[in-house]
Design a binder for this molecule. Structure first.
Ligand code: AMP
Length: 503
């Protein structure tokens, strides 16, 4: 009976001790090394903190960072990856909600770690990973574990200005990893090229299919996403056969024209998730790799990365939309109209999800949890939680789900960053000289447009926002106005603003 993701790690370490589990352009960790580091640092943690408490990981995206995740899990805790480039103010907001029991950092972030950690205990991960293994403590922790215990918390953008921590249990990830093996052909021969940051849930495909199957993941250096020739060299050098990228990354590669001259010949599986994948660029990939398997996956962090998928099995014109397909195994999808009734074919409704993939809710945030995780309105006889995605969708006449767009103001920026415009607005309105304003999203250009009234010129305003916001949340364009158009209810008239400044 599979209950803990460490069982995957231990089984792979026994089967393939010397095989590289995770590597980047500088370092590698075999399964045996990974398991040993996790157990050593897990023992170190267990001597200092209790179980089922958060361990924040303030480290670069390296194989060692993953060892820190599994060390937290060995200690019966859950890990919380932090973006090391995040402004201190945002980390503080996260920590105000999270109250981590412990913070691991690496040498590169040692100088900032103390300031970031506040009251929490801290350690340089490499120190913790050289501690002695406490077999008795680790065994006791494992005995007490249940599969609904949290595995990780990922912080996404929150509309109130406070980031929300999505809680995910071992059980949900075990289902996900099993499904990937069964449906997407990921086994021990998979060599994955990782694009997703560890703070983004797409990375769980790379991490957990590697752990479960004894596969290998190479972390692709960031520069490869700007220099596509270098990307092709990296894929070939490491014989990468499986990628799971955000569509933006696939689009950029296709648009560069490189696929016409350099075929990434080792690639057998091209998977994507996170935003709409246009068929124009997908067709370029399909022409370059006619034998490869392509899959469009869909899902928010709250349902453990993916709840619907479409294995591309027919031709599409460049301007046709691509389905998001069918619910994953052991996952139920309802598309509900405004009266909470299931929609018929071709009717639009909100996509809602049920099953073990569901998060336990937002960490330390019952108000937001109650809003998004609700009783299944079709079930009046027992408690059954359902997640409302806020996405609009419809069933087509083939029985496939078609994604139609966001219900609210949450946006997807640069392919992977999920941002609630409200969070940027909170930072904007906190600037003393700004009297009012809002943010709009220019989807075709992938630009955040900040419209405001007040004394600051755009450069000065940008400098002030940079203190509060991570780079990926910074507006790309500023519009300074004398006054804002308002609706009859005295709200900012976003429709007029959108028409005027985005078109
Ligand atoms: P995140 O929680 O950051 O993974 O963002 C989830 C949101 O990204 C979803 O609610 C959708 O709005 C969008 N999304 C994810 N996958 C797809 C897809 N395949 N097609 C279109 N939009 C997607």
């Amino acid at each position: 009976m599979q209950m803990n993701i460490l069982e995957y790690l231990e089984a792979s370490a026994a089967r393939f001790p010397d095989k590289i589990a995770f590597g980047d352009d500088k370092t590698t960790l075999t399964f045996a090394q990974l398991n040993e580091k996790a157990r050593r640092a897990g023992s170190y943690l267990s001597a200092r903190i209790g179980t089922n408490v958060p361990v924040a990981v303030f480290m670069e995206k390296t194989p060692e960072c993953l060892a820190a995740f599994f060390a937290a899990v060995s200690a019966g805790c859950f890990y919380v990856p932090l973006d090391t480039k995040m402004p201190a103010e945002r980390i503080k907001l996260i920590f105000d909600t999270l109250h981590p029991a412990f913070v691991f950092y690496d040498a590169k972030n040692a100088a900032n770690a103390a300031a970031v950690a506040g009251q929490a205990q801290t350690a340089l991960f490499s120190d913790a990973a050289s501690a002695d293994i406490d077999e008795a403590a680790l065994a006791r922790i494992r005995r007490d574990h249940v599969d609904t215990d949290l595995l990780y918390v990922l912080f996404t953008s929150g509309s109130t200005g406070v980031p929300k921590g999505v809680t995910i249990s071992h059980r949900s990830i075990i289902d996900w990893a099993d499904w990937l093996h069964e449906t997407l052909d990921i086994d021990e021969n998979a060599v994955l090229g990782n694009q997703a940051p560890f703070v983004f849930d797409n990375s769980t495909l790379d991490i957990y299919s590697t752990l479960k199957n004894g596969a290998t993941t190479w972390i692709i250096p960031k520069k490869c996403f700007s220099f596509h020739k270098t990307m092709m060299q990296f894929l070939a050098e490491h014989e990468i056969n499986t990628i799971f990228f955000v569509p933006s990354a696939l689009i950029a590669i296709a648009n560069s024209g490189i696929l016409e001259t350099t075929v990434p010949a080792t690639l057998q599986r091209v998977y994507f998730c996170g935003e709409v994948m246009p068929n124009r660029q997908l067709n370029m990939w399909r022409r370059a790799l006619p034998e490869a398997k392509f899959c469009n996956m869909y899902g928010p962090t709250e349902i453990t990365d993916v709840c619907a998928y479409y294995i591309v099995d027919r031709e599409f014109d460049d301007d046709e939309p691509l389905p998001i397909g069918f619910p994953c195994k052991n996952t139920r999808i309802l598309i509900l109209n405004d009266e909470n009734r299931p929609v018929g074919t071709d009717e639009t409704g909100e996509l809602c999800v049920l099953g073990t993939c569901l998060s336990h809710g937002y960490y330390n945030n019952p108000a937001q949890t109650e809003k998004a995780f609700v009783q299944n309105p079709l079930n009046t006889v027992f408690t059954e939680r359902m997640y409302r995605t806020g996405d609009l969708a419809r069933w087509n006449d083939r029985g496939e789900i078609m994604f139609l767009g966001r219900k609210d103001f949450q946006i997807k920026h640069q392919g992977c960053y999920r941002i609630e415009l409200g969070e940027i607005e909170t930072a904007l309105l906190a600037v003393p000289s700004v009297s009012n304003g809002c943010c709009l999203f220019d989807e075709p250009k992938d630009e955040i447009v900040c419209v405001y009234i007040g004394g600051e010129d755009p450069q000065a305003l940008a400098r002030q926002l940079a203190v509060k916001l991570p780079t990926y949340m910074m507006p790309n364009r500023y519009v300074q106005l004398e006054r804002l158009p308002m609706t009859i209810n005295d709200k900012i008239d976003r429709v007029t603003l959108k028409k005027t400044y985005i078109g």
